[in-house]
Ligand binder design. Structure first.
Ligand SMILES: O=P(O)(O)OC[C@H]1O[C@](O)(CO)[C@@H](O)[C@@H]1O
Length: 447
């Protein structure tokens, strides 16, 4: 299999090859536990064999539903928060034209997002824009009760029904939720929306290869078969019996845990391609919710280079030495743009004339890697041959698998997120939600 590559020699000044090899048993046992279901969170392991268990009927259903939405709508709004939108946005942004929404003669609908914040102006501006568009909605919530998407959906549904009537609105709304529980499942049943199920044993942040990610991605005109093929190849290459030396997620998980033990408490995911910005946002949720608990866990941060070399670059080079970097390096861009000659040469850059822009980017990448390692920042490099459905599929499964292994190596349950409830309880108490009377009284006394 042609594959993404893991380059680890730039951590050797901080973690030796021997120390990495010493983690073989630990990492392999953690990987095996994900397959055998013998550790905490074993009711959330549906993602492990997901790519290889997808059926042709399922893919057709997704593709047909996507075609129906594409036929009826110029704009499709994906309503969801956290794992219910980040995976789709990560893949769509990685594989689309950066100026997609400005293209006039489009064959694919514009994909917009709502329900991932409670910004009043955002919702107003979105609904104003949609008034003039033929739009549809993919409403995604595993629990079916999350406040942010529920508020956005109320507004968008009212707008759509008012604009095209109940019957046509029903054809343009798809609900993706739990098989039987939650408000969204009930609503979809009453209204007769087309629905897809988020499997019980797949948590939100591991759900990009379920309808949660696949439907919006297919609506955007991206080939989900290739995405799944990439993920499936990575699933096969990282099975329970794969030996540690060639099991990329196991090695990545082991290194980051060794670095953490040595005081590297923050991992910065860096990219040199602006299309990967949201991939890092997806990754941040995956690792942050999975590992940040019981007073433990690497803090996942992200930067877009070279943009952020002109802002965060100073901190990374010379700030507190508690960080390491994982760099996403795309080998081959899709296009070929050469730097032109300039007669006046006022910027002194004629020495670059005729060179590809990517050559400059690659030298910035290499120069940064050397500088950061010299400055005490270990670097892990993930080489991606090109931004395609196939390699993004590999990368998704690679990071999911590594996250499960890493969480088990850290000795936490990587599949729960109890801490997220704290803000919700306070918000509901402050909003005087029925049933929260005691909490309302208690919190108001603290104000
Ligand atoms: O799909 P739901 O149930 O609306 O949840 C959305 C997100 O909210 C969280 O549950 C945290 O509150 C995430 O884990 C999840 O991805």
């Amino acid at each position: 299999m042609d594959t993404i590559k893991l380059v680890i020699n730039h951590v050797y000044d901080f973690v030796s090859e021997k120390e990495i090899l010493q983690q073989a048993d630990n990492a392999t046992a953690a990987n095996k536990a994900l397959h055998d279901g013998t550790r905490a969170g074993n009711d959330f392991l549906g993602w492990v064999n997901l790519p290889s268990s997808v059926t042709e009927d399922f893919i057709r259903d997704i593709e047909d539903t996507a075609t129906a939405l594409r036929t009826r709508c110029d704009v499709v709004v994906v309503v969801g928060i956290g794992g219910s939108y980040l995976g789709a946005k990560a893949v769509i942004d990685a594989l689309s034209n950066s100026f997609d929404w400005l293209q006039h003669e489009r064959k694919d609908p514009v994909i917009l997002y709502a329900g991932n914040n409670i910004g009043e102006d955002y919702l107003h501006e979105l609904t104003e824009y949609l008034k003039k568009r033929q739009f549809g909605i993919i409403n995604i919530s595993k629990s079916g009760t999350t406040t942010e998407p529920a508020i956005a959906f109320r507004l968008l549904k009212d707008l759509l029904v008012g604009k095209v009537g109940k019957e046509e609105a029903c054809r343009r709304i798809v609900a993706i939720t739990d098989a039987s529980k939650g408000a969204l499942r009930t609503l979809a049943g009453t209204e007769g929306y087309k629905t897809f199920v988020i499997p019980d044993d797949v948590g939100g942040r591991y759900s990009v290869l379920t309808p949660v990610g696949l439907l919006p991605i297919a609506v955007a005109g991206i080939n989900i078969r290739e995405l799944l093929r990439g993920a499936k190849d990575m699933e096969e290459a990282t099975g329970a019996n794969t030996s540690y030396e060639v099991n990329l997620p196991a090695i990545y998980a082991a290194i980051r845990n060794e670095l953490y033990r040595k005081g590297k408490k923050i991992e910065i995911l860096a990219n040199y391609n602006p299309k990967l910005h949201y991939f890092a946002e997806w990754w941040k949720q995956l690792y942050g919710e999975s590992e940040g608990k019981e007073g433990k866990g690497i803090f996942p941060a992200a930067v877009d280079f070279t943009t952020d070399l002109h802002s965060m670059g100073q901190w990374i080079q010379e700030g507190e030495r508690t960080i390491f970097e994982t760099v996403l390096s795309v080998k081959e861009p899709k296009e070929n743009v050469k730097i032109p000659h300039d007669e006046a040469n006022l910027d002194g850059l004629n020495f670059l004339k005729g060179k590809r822009v990517d050559e400059v980017n690659k030298m910035a990448e290499l120069g940064t890697l050397i500088a950061h390692v010299d400055g005490g920042v270990p670097n892990i490099l993930i080489e991606i041959p090109k931004l395609s459905e196939y390699y993004i599929g590999q990368l998704i499964y690679f990071f999911e698998k590594a996250c499960g292994i890493s969480g088990y190596m850290l000795d936490v349950n990587p599949f729960n997120q109890p801490g997220v409830e704290a803000y919700k309880r306070n918000m509901f108490a402050l909003l005087e939600k029925p049933g929260y009377e005691a909490e309302t009284k208690a919190i108001k006394e603290r104000l």
